[in-house]
Design a protein around this ligand. Structure first.
Ligand code: NAD
Ligand code: WQD
Length: 341
């Protein structure tokens, strides 16, 4: 029952570590702390009552990876989060993204092959679909040319995983996340955006707390009911639970394919203004926002069909948009308290 979680001190990884511990797995985190803090491990322990093993290592460093796998010879499953994720930065520095996201994945797969570890869950993204005509988007929808080098690393990793499944005993589930938001109910773990956030949810909470002057809604002239873009916002705890279901699915060995993909969203689209209003409702804070121009590269609307994950993995999102905003707000206030202290 040992599971190795790369990127386990990061935003989605830390919530996933907790869910695996609560499901009875022993967790080993590997993270280089480039985009996370070491005290996340203490916070995980506070939530679950169990301290995960934690190894600081970079997936690009083969020697470091060899040491980790030697230290824990009985790893049975791997969940792979570690990657860079900033779309804009990937356009400026594509090589950095290809090297880390693809190079790191290849090094990890070499370790799995060597140690005969066969169960692997990969963090993919709805970005592989681009702009789609038929909604909700199913896993059958063909992926398009990636809109950024970041998106391309997800596409390429999915393809290389498929090839490796064909060539070996590897069994892979790629989870295509829609828009992860929110934080753990304890407010002990959550998202830690570096610098000015690009994503909507942290921008909302930072504006509400006073870290940002105002939020700009990127366009209200889209062909949607209120003119703003539509996305599928999924609570990070619901998302974390999907990883446990995916590993259990691989463990149960009743899968027919060695490589499969699943959409992980709520199945419901919400506009930018709906997200803002949900936040205002649960926080009681009137948000200072203005309407700006469209943001380059934004798709008009996308939301998931999650029927495949429900039917095959037995997973379904349970939390509402209000709950997402409530937990994101509690986390932002917690961060503010910590800074003041
Ligand atoms: P995050 O940055 O919070 O977590 C990633 C973690 O990986 C960080 O702790 C970082 O220090 C670590 N890391 C990065 N490169 C590493 C390396 N070479 N070696 C070891 N550790 C390394 O990001 P997140 O939001 O938790 O995203 C996790 C995964 O989910 C990523 O693969 C991301 O692309 C994917 N994803 C995220 C979103 C999103 O909106 N957050 C959406 C779709 C997919
Ligand atoms: C959501 C909506 C913005 C900020 C990105 C990545 C994607 C995936 C998830 C990893 C859009 C609007 C935002 C703001 C706004 N990540 N917005 N004002 O663009 O759907 O997806 O994160 O795989 O790959 O591209 O998420 O949170 O940036 O934007 O109006 O200040 O909020 O225009 O309509 P996005 P987002």
């Amino acid at each position: 029952m040992k599971v190795l979680i790369t990127g386990g001190t990061g935003y989605i990884g830390s919530h996933t570590v907790v869910e695996f511990q609560q499901a009875g797995y022993e967790v080993i985190i590997v993270d280089n702390l480039e985009n996370s803090q070491p005290d996340v491990v203490d916070h995980i322990e506070k939530i679950s009552g169990i301290r995960p093993h934690f190894e600081i290592a970079d997936l690009r460093d083969k020697q470091a990876l060899i040491s980790v796998f030697e230290m824990y010879p009985d790893i049975k499953h791997v969940v792979h989060f570690a990657a860079y994720k900033a779309v804009g930065e990937s356009v400026q520095h594509p090589l950095k993204y290809y090297e880390n996201n693809i190079g790191g994945t290849i090094n990890l797969l070499e370790m799995l092959q060597y140690h005969h570890i066969n169960n692997f869950v990969f963090s993919s993204s709805c970005t592989v679909y681009g702009e789609v005509n038929n909604l909700p988007v199913t896993e059958e929808t063909p992926s398009v040319k990636a809109m950024s080098p970041y998106g391309n690393t997800k596409k390429i990793c999915e393809e290389l995983l498929m090839d490796q499944c064909n060539a070996s005993n590897l069994r892979v589930v790629s989870l295509r996340y829609f828009n992860p938001v929110g934080a753990h109910d304890s407010a002990l773990i959550g998202e830690l955006p570096v610098g000015v956030p690009n994503n909507l949810a942290p921008f909302i909470t930072q504006t509400a707390i006073g870290k940002r002057l105002s939020l700009t809604v990127h366009g209200n002239d889209y062909p949607t009911p209120d003119g703003t873009c539509i996305r599928d916002y999924i609570h990070v705890v619901d998302l974390a639970k999907a990883h446990v279901k995916a590993i259990q699915y691989l463990q149960n060995k009743n899968h027919t394919q060695n490589y499969s993909v699943f959409n992980i969203g709520t199945g419901k689209g919400n506009s930018v203004l709906e997200v803002i209003h949900a936040f205002e409702k649960v926080s009681g804070v009137k948000l200072n926002y203005k309407i700006g121009s469209r943001r380059e590269g934004d798709v008009v609307q996308i939301y998931a069909s999650c029927d495949k994950a429900t039917n095959i993995l037995g997973w379904k999102a349970e939390r509402s948009l209000e709950n997402c905003m409530e937990s994101a707000w509690k986390w932002e206030k917690h961060l503010n308290d910590v800074m003041i202290r």
